[in-house]
Design a protein around this ligand. Structure first.
Ligand code: TGC
Ligand code: FAD
Length: 392
């Protein structure tokens, strides 16, 4: 890949809405991405290999549990700092941001919010430092958008639980040391269990042949009569609301992350269009190309405003599930549109790994599907404004 020359667009001077701490966090993350992600990511994506070696660096930059209190190893930052980190990391690659979303919001968050004090002390510092990598098992082969139907289950055997079932499409699974797994008890109530690598009957086969998120490892979590100690059940919340609460936090991070991918595509296309000469002029001088760039920066700016406001509401504890859905849906669709237009602006070069655009575009095809599909989020908005669930 060519040298990373990224210049962040800020058309409405939104930096003025950020604190000094926000800007410091963003610059530190941006510098780290330029140094550690940009130079290697194309090669890892082409090879469809997870860059395991950057996990330590992600931990050092504070990307694992940015908003988890420092006493548990987190960075103790606010939600806007968390969002800005996800933006900068996804500017590098959605797959690397995926690793952070899963570790922070889908593994550390449930242990912090629903776990016992012993569980917090045992797992959170190791997850924050990258000593442990986590995964989150909600989706099953027959239950994706409708997780309430899950069949993975556990039985109370007196001194332990016996876990059976399988989870599919699980980010980080082939490399995870621990998994937060959602399963039904004998009464059909959903609970979270912490499953550790090495427990007999627990396996994590990798899913191959993905054309998207190629630098992120995806796989299954398979439970064949796994004996889970009783201490590994998350005691403080049960029901579908428990995993959905984690998704609120991860979807919020994705809303910011998608802006990062869009900014990278826009910035690349803007620079290319000023340098590429056709018909004796830079292609940036043609009205059709200017239209594409003008629409991209308009949509990026609208997403930045929406997401900053969501961050303020989240800091105040007032962001609703439906507001988060709207931002996730809008921003990922926006980023996909920007990526597709930017790809065209680069002509044939747009399909090569010399530029990041095609990789972002392919990654975003997963991002628009995971953490609730584009249509599911539309229906969450529909449910919120009408009071009628389209799912029942
Ligand atoms: P519904 O009846 O609406 O709700 C069931 C119970 O949950 C409560 N609830 C919430 N609680 C906390 N936070 C939220 N966000 C909540 N949303 C709902 C709700 O009040 C109810 O409580 P109670 O006490 O009445 O029982 O549930 P439903 O079965 O009708 O489903 C609703 C629907 C379709 C919106 C939901 O299931 C959904 O969001 N589906 C999409 C599934 C999804 O997003 N899966 C993501 C898997 S993880 C992933 O993709 C990780 S990718 C990570 C990466 O690599 O970055
Ligand atoms: P389905 O639910 O079968 O949906 C198929 C289509 O039907 C979609 O277009 C959907 O919008 C539509 N549809 C479904 N129901 C309705 C309805 N009621 N009305 C209208 N349309 C509907 N899951 C995890 O638990 N942990 C992870 O770490 C994780 N990581 C992932 C990583 C990747 C790369 C991918 C691709 C997925 C990951 N997922 C993970 C799973 C992801 O959350 C699911 O793929 C997603 O929720 C959709 O489920 P599904 O693929 O089964 O699609």
């Amino acid at each position: 890949m060519a040298t990373d020359q990224f210049q962040s667009p800020d058309y409405y001077l939104l930096d003025e809405l950020l604190t000094e701490e926000h800007k410091l966090v963003r610059e530190a993350t941006r510098d780290w991405v330029k140094k550690e992600v940009s130079p290697i990511i194309e090669e890892y994506a082409q090879k469809a290999t997870f860059p395991r070696h950057i996990v330590k660096g992600l931990a050092e930059v504070g990307a694992f549990g940015p908003y988890i209190p420092q006493e548990y190893g987190g960075a103790g930052l606010d939600q806007i700092s968390y969002g800005l980190m996800m933006q900068e990391i996804e500017r590098g690659d959605s797959g690397v941001r995926s690793t952070c979303s899963v570790q922070s919001s889908l593994v550390m968050y449930p242990i912090f919010a629903y776990g016992s004090e012993e569980q917090r002390k045992k797992y959170l510092p190791k997850l924050a430092s990258g000593e442990m990598l986590g995964s989150f098992g909600l989706t099953e082969p027959d239950f994706g958008s409708n997780p309430s139907g899950m069949v993975t289950n556990f039985k109370d055997m007196g001194d332990h639980y016996l876990l059976n079932g399988a989870k599919l499409w699980i980010s980080n699974s082939p490399y995870c040391d621990v998994a937060v797994v959602w399963a039904k008890n004998e009464e059909g109530r959903i609970h979270g269990l912490i499953v550790e690598r090495g427990m007999e009957g627990f396996s994590t086969p990798e899913t191959h042949n993905k054309w998207s998120l190629r630098a992120s490892a995806t796989g299954e979590l398979v439970f064949d009569n796994v004996k889970v100690p009783k201490d590994n059940l998350l005691p403080n919340k049960s029901g579908l609301g428990a995993p959905l609460g984690c998704l609120d936090s991860a979807r919020y991070g994705i809303a910011w992350g998608a802006i990062g991918a869009a900014m990278d595509c826009y910035d690349t296309a803007l620079r290319y269009s000023k340098e590429r000469i056709q018909f004796g002029k830079p292609i940036a001088s043609f009205q059709l190309q200017q239209k594409k760039l003008a629409e991209m920066i308009t949509e990026i700016t609208k997403a930045q405003l929406l997401t900053w406001r969501l961050g303020v509401l989240k800091n105040e504890g007032r962001a609703t599930t439906a507001q988060i859905s709207m931002a996730k849906r809008n921003n990922v669709a926006m980023a996909l549109d920007v990526a597709r237009e930017a790809r065209q602006m680069l002509g044939g070069m747009g399909i090569t790994g010399e530029y990041p655009i095609m990789r972002h575009m392919m990654n975003l095809e997963s991002v628009v599907t995971y953490e609730g599909t584009h249509d599911i989020h539309l229906l969450i908005t529909g449910m919120d404004i009408t009071g009628i669930s389209a799912f029942k």
